[in-house]
Design a protein around this ligand. Structure first.
Ligand SMILES: N[C@@H](CCC(=O)N[C@@H](CS)C(=O)NCC(=O)O)C(=O)O
Length: 218
């Protein structure tokens, strides 16, 4: 089996796939899809959306982080990251969907507003309100235990670990010094999840990649 992932170290979607790969102990070639014009062209040729992550497994090309994770699960590679019951699977997918639709969407818009110079305050206020709404919904489904569903790592954790890393970073940039203050179950979950070695590895990678970008901007 040959597994290749077009990746960006600071992409929360790529980080989600890396976490699944690490937890499964799979041997994948992870390459920076935007590091050269040649690789970018190769990526665009494989995936018309030209986004990372993109998986190439043998001859099959799979874009979109959620679809990649589910595909790897369906192939039965490594330990399962899906819970057993249909109800828990639905909960796992719901959490990933809340993350994708109601957390990452506003957060991505806020990323463009990090620099206070030229900040569009109306946009920031609107997207912060959306983000708060999404995080409050998440809080209703998490009870503070270290895994989102059941007592082991699932795809919901793969989705949420990178998102919560960025949420923890972005709050203080927009005046929320303690971003988990009003959503303690989410904060407790995130603290617990970080003691999982695979989740910790990905969060450390994000931290390093962010420090590099911030260092380069100074
Ligand atoms: N919904 C996609 C989002 C992927 C995505 O937006 N990736 C960004 C990096 S975080 C990207 O490749 N952006 C380059 C572009 O859009 O041209 C997923 O879950 O994989």
């Amino acid at each position: 089996m040959s597994m290749k992932i077009y990746n960006a170290q600071l992409s929360p979607y790529s980080a989600r796939v890396r976490l699944a790969i690490y937890a499964k102990g799979l041997d994948a070639e992870i390459i920076d899809g935007f590091s050269t014009p040649e690789l970018e062209a190769e990526l665009e040729h494989l995936n018309p959306m030209a986004k990372v992550p993109t998986l190439v497994l043998d001859d099959v090309v799979v874009p979109e982080s959620e679809v990649i994770c589910e595909y790897i699960e369906d192939l039965g590679l490594g330990p399962s990251l899906r819970p057993e019951s249909a109800q828990d699977k639905a909960r796992m997918r719901l959490l990933s969907r809340i993350g994708d639709l109601y957390v990452m969407e506003p957060m991505t818009k806020l990323f463009s507003q990090i620099n206070p110079k030229g900040r569009d305050q109306a946009l920031v206020d609107r997207e912060l309100a959306e983000l708060t709404k999404g995080m409050n919904w998440l809080a209703k489904y998490l009870d503070g235990s270290p895994f989102a569903v059941g007592d082991r790592l699932t795809l919901a954790d793969c989705t949420l670990a990178p998102m919560l890393y960025f949420y923890a970073q972005i709050g203080p940039m927009f005046g929320a010094a303690e971003p988990f203050k009003n959503i303690p179950t989410v904060g407790k979950y995130y603290d617990g999840l970080r003691s999982n070695p695979h989740a910790k590895r990905v969060i450390d990678e994000l931290d390093l990649a962010l420090a590099k970008v911030m260092g380069a901007k100074r």
